[in-house]
Design a protein around this ligand. Sequence first.
Ligand SMILES: *[C@@H]1O[C@H](CO)[C@@H](O)[C@H](O)[C@H]1NC(C)=O
Ligand SMILES: *[C@@H]1O[C@H](CO)[C@@H](O)[C@H](O)[C@H]1NC(C)=O
Length: 479
Amino acid sequence: MDLSPIILFFTIIFTILAAVSGSRDLPGDYIRLPSQASKFFHEPENDDNVQGTRWAILLAGSNGYWNYRHQKGGLKDENIIVFMYDDIASNFENPRPGVIINKPDGGDVYEGVPKDYTGAEVHADNFYAALLGNKSAITGGSGKVVDSGPNDHIFVYYTDHGGPGALGMPVGPYLYASDLNEVLKKKHASGGYKSLVFYLEACESGSIFEGLLPEDINIYATTASNARESSWGTYCPGEYPPPPPEYSTCLGDLYSIAWMEDSDVHNLRTESLHQQYKLVKDRTINGASYGSHVMEYGDVGLSNNHLFLYLGTNPANDNISFVDESALKLRSPSTAVNQRDADLVHFWDKFRKAPEGSPRKNEAQKQVLEAMSHRMHVDNSVELIGKLLFGIEKGPELLKAVRPSGSPLVDNWDCLKTTVRTFETHCGSLSQYGMKHMRSFANICNAGIPNEQMFEASAQACASIPANPWSSLQGGFSA
Ligand SMILES: *[C@@H]1O[C@H](CO)[C@@H](O)[C@H](O)[C@H]1NC(C)=O
Ligand SMILES: *[C@@H]1O[C@H](CO)[C@@H](O)[C@H](O)[C@H]1NC(C)=O
């Protein structure tokens, strides 16, 4: 009997565990259960201070949901636009069919969630059209858009996988930072809001706004991480507190859980965006070897506004007159999982729990092996291309170079898109894991490498186009 696949498998498992317990930059495509954003959209009965309409646009690109249970008399449904992939509740891996929880002792947060755009309707063009209020540019879905005017306030919450300069979408190309910032400028130029607040959870999410978001268009953004680090899942198997035992997935993401749980316990009429930023930053850095740096961008002066201008407020908390900083910190889970590794944690937990010799165990083993071999293929191909372009010594270093803070990832975004497409043509889909290499492609552009040269290097590095599920012929291109 040939034992080598088994040995390889356990080597891989060991690597995964090392990555989980440390903060190695491994990665992922996993069943994610974030977000209960809309439960906070309570609007006070008579609120003299707010003029204009409040709008919210909520997007969970890969997987997600929001809790509408408590949303009574809050923002009107017609002013909330929800994008969700909607593949969790009915996923056969979900131990509680039709139910989604996002904290260990939490109840169902799925029931009653309105869904404007789901599945294949969740793509970058629909998101832009909805934000711009351009109904005619929408395809499918409810057709609901942010039809706002110059007195209105807009809140955007977006959670998905990401990489330097780009956000993943369940369908179609990535959402590129340059395009998103152009759309925001356009919305401003058209008198589409008085102020806009953007909360973003993704790996390297700082890179979406850094050096790109102007300070003078009344937009305040915070991100789960800076431009060069991953963001983190939380309430994961093996953490304390753990998800219920039947769960093999992380229940939430650290930054998202932090702002939502903070909004849950505080009086949003008296808590400012800035106060929440500080609290969320403290919790998300986690004071340990893992965690990420929550960042703020754009018009930071706007953060003096109270949260209720964007989120409404929970009447139950209206008499709380101070911000209790300790309440939140006490709730920090003891560990968190690098977002890019959450899929491996899931497969590993599934493997560990499945009975010896069962089909489920074999399936979990196969999933880990496939995911790992895809990762190795992508990593090795990018590294080889770097060496072919810049030399054996300089290649790896140049690919990893980080520009000074305040600079955008890349100057020529069209070059970045072309480079991604060229890579995927020869080497197959980057997929969510491969998004971590966006900085390498950006650096290839920043070094002025012509596309013909990138094309040749990719053809050399990837002699045959992969025919597996990771082929770009199957999943489509990311640019
Ligand atoms: C709305 O989208 C359509 C189709 O993409 C486009 O032709 C039109 O110019 C857009 N309208 C505005 C106001 O941007
Ligand atoms: C808040 O205080 C007011 C005035 O004292 C009181 O009428 C109201 O019931 C209180 N609300 C809550 C939720 O405790």
